[in-house]
Write a protein that binds this ligand. Structure first.
Ligand code: AMP
Length: 429
């Protein structure tokens, strides 16, 4: 399928060609004709599938067909997305795909002074991309009216709910005109997402691509069992072996991200962290240093990483496994985009084995384990000794008939006493 077969107008086709896109992605193939035909859309797709173009292209086309009006431009398409990074990316995409279409668009988000944003808004825009908080704020101050919106997009609805934006979204919906086209995107379709969709969409057509549990199949994954205290050393080791020039490392906490960066810098690996405690300027600087390869490693928490869109991401490392298994799929989905090959490496310590179990259940895959690395879990060393007959001294000459505790029992007992724990190799979980 070619873009030209999707009834896209010439100015947009030209821009798509200039972007270097040759064929539409599956979500674009499905969604573009449906949106052009005026349908409400429920899109089950995550970042990396090309969903931004799937809604941006038909929006530009629909608005540019009917742009003969007098006076100041009114906001006719509103795209609401959870993070500033995503908002900026969508804004960039709209500018790119719409560069020959003669429409005006702008992006607003919180955490920065509003004057520049209100200045642009006062000149009039056709398309507004916004995060919910700043949007409501500027509406309250009278800088924005959304009464003329013809197309409303709610992007990454699942994350919107995760981040606690439900009340803001409900307020926005009330302020929109009843007569409008709605496009709703979410990577997952949990019951609360469907409930929200029900309050927004009218007779939607549903499109679904790469369900969250199958995305992982196109990415080469591997797993290192490693004690928590050795993860930093292992990371340096893995980075010295891997040829990747852009590496995204995930931690669960902001503090953890900073610690990893400190360790990497100490070992001469250029890196920076991106997380919620960093100022907007710091985050943008880290991201642009990463994009132009001034730094090799970007260490991110999940929330901060949501908007990161870096092409040619070769390697994702889960320094810590996420406690929500779908997050694993989102994380590794940062690599292997748009047909590029990608690698995802995960470090798993004892405490994380339950997370690993959930992840493998979700992706229907047993992640291959890397054996023989320099920082094996303590248990592997002990087990090997046991196999060779060199049992720990406390077990030697045991006279009692009581059966020896299993590895799992030993681990649980040690955990209860707050001791350092270890577990058996055969007992993956
Ligand atoms: P998205 O899922 O919208 O975040 O897009 C993921 C990445 O794929 C972005 O970097 C886009 O520039 C790129 N992309 C979107 N559509 C296409 C396409 N048809 N061909 C090649 N790359 C694309």
């Amino acid at each position: 399928m070619q873009f030209s077969e999707l009834n896209i107008i010439q100015p947009i086709l030209k821009a798509i060609e200039e972007e270097g896109y040759t064929t539409p992605t599956p979500i674009q193939e499905q969604a573009i004709p449906l949106v052009l035909a005026g349908n409400d859309l429920m899109g089950c797709a995550q970042t990396g599938t090309g969903k931004t173009a799937a809604f941006s292209i038909p929006i530009i086309q629909l608005l540019s067909k009917n742009k003969e009006y007098k006076g100041k431009r009114k906001i006719r398409a509103l795209i609401v997305t959870p993070t500033r990074e995503l908002a900026i990316q969508i804004g960039d995409s709209l500018k790119a795909y719409g560069r020959h279409a003669g429409l005006a668009s702008t992006v607003i988000f919180g955490g920065v002074n509003q004057n520049k944003q209100t200045g642009v808004l006062q000149q009039g825009v056709d398309i507004l991309v916004a995060t919910p908080g700043r949007l409501l704020d500027l509406m309250m101050q009278g800088f924005i009216s959304i009464r003329d919106v013809e197309i409303f997009v709610l992007d990454e609805a699942d994350r919107m709910l995760d981040m606690g934006f439900i009340h803001d979204v409900n307020k926005l919906i009330k302020a929109l005109p009843d007569e409008r086209q709605n496009l709703f995107f979410s990577a997952t379709m949990a019951p609360e997402i469907l409930k929200l969709a029900g309050t927004i969409l009218k007779d939607p057509v549903r499109v679904e691509v790469t369900p969250v549990s199958s995305t992982a199949e196109i990415i080469q994954q591997s797993l290192y069992f490693v004690d928590k205290g050795n993860k930093n050393a292992l990371l340096v080791d893995v980075l010295s072996e891997q040829p990747a020039t852009s590496v995204l490392v995930f931690t669960r906490t902001k503090h953890g991200a900073d610690k990893v960066v400190k360790h990497l810098m100490k070992h001469g690996i250029k890196s920076d962290a991106i997380h919620g405690n960093k100022s907007q300027n710091n985050r943008q600087r880290a991201l642009s240093n990463f994009k132009d390869k001034t730094i090799r490693v970007l260490v991110a928490t999940d929330i901060a990483a949501r908007g990161i869109d870096v092409e040619e991401m070769e390697l994702v490392i889960n320094f810590e496994l996420p406690n929500i298994s779908e997050t694993y799929v989102h994380r590794i989905g940062r690599t292997g985009r748009a047909g590029n090959k990608g690698t995802a490496i995960s470090f798993c310590d004892y405490e994380e084995k339950a997370y690993l179990k959930d992840i493998e259940k979700l992706i229907h895959t047993t992640i291959p384990v890397v054996e023989g690395h320099p920082y094996p879990m303590e248990v592997f060393v002990i087990e090997k000794k046991e196999q060779r007959g060199a049992r720990p001294p406390r077990n030697q000459g045991a006279q009692t008939k009581k059966p020896r505790p299993t590895t799992e029992q030993k681990v649980d007992a040690a955990k209860k006493k707050g001791k350092k724990t270890w577990f058996g190799k055969r007992d993956r979980y």
